[in-house]
Design a protein around this ligand. Sequence first.
Ligand code: C2E
Ligand code: MG
Ligand code: MG
Ligand code: MG
Length: 289
Amino acid sequence: HAKASGKNTYHAFTPELAHTVHVREHMSRELHFAIDRNELSIAYQPQFQGQQLIGVEALVRWHSAVLGDVPPNQFIGVAEDTGLIFAIGEWVLEQACRQAANWNAAGQPVRVAVNISPRQFAHQNFVALIASALTRHRLPASLLELELTERLVVEDLQRAAVTITHLQQLGVRVSLDDFGGGQSSLSFLMLLPVSALKIDRNFVINAEQSAAGQRVIQAITTIAHALGLRVVAEGVETAAQRALVESLGCEVIQGYLLGRPMSAADLQLPFSPRIPPALHNVGSGDEGR
Ligand code: C2E
Ligand code: MG
Ligand code: MG
Ligand code: MG
């Protein structure tokens, strides 16, 4: 009833752990069929610079016939552990590139940001996979952005820098997601040729609660700008949060305030955000779409 982890460490196999293991096994069995059963979809969340839509983030959704809606925070980890992340990641990339190419062909170019998991990024064919997706969909590289987490670059910084350089040479943008959350280090910013930082939602919340939280965001944006990077604030839910993070130097805003993740069909372009009345420009009201 005890599970070995490492040489001398044993963790009690508690009922909670048994439950977790059971749930994860069940999930991975179902996830295995998710693509073939058409249970995955993508939601697109808008990103704004001022009043202008400058991009969308592609966020995978799983509606399992057996388990119901499962959030990505629960199944992406399972997909990484089981290796399913390769198939799922390719599926997401494929859909996102097709959608971006469709918007572009319709005269509405919108940059689509795709989240990349550490195992995908570490795969030796990763850059070739990206290049092939761009070619097959005739998608200009500038309309694709890849969001990497810090976790992924910590392990082998030199190698990550080489891969990111190859991506930038293709013309694809790379951003660092959830910046500040984990083991972030300023050396990442100096060594990795990324074009943007996404500040974690927790920082936005902290900034509202403390002056120290505000100074941290201000310090991050100052460094980022000195290195020529854009700064995106994630999880902005209120007009007050938006005003605050903009005053601290974040130029791009993403969050429920300006748009929830939604289907491509719902994101009709040109997209008019649900801006609170105080921020409305005269004449930019209901006729927008
Ligand atoms: P993320 O990349 O940091 O994505 C932002 C998350 O914040 C999304 O959660 C989004 O729905 C949520 N969010 C956006 N605005 C707000 C807001 O104003 N308030 C709150 N409370 N939340 C907001 P979601 O879609 O559940 O995704 C969670 C995480 O799962 C993502 O975090 C990303 O790390 C991962 N993920 C999602 N899709 C993919 C994918 O296709 N591939 C990989 N590898 N990971 C993915
Ligand atoms: Mg992301
Ligand atoms: Mg994030
Ligand atoms: Mg996150």
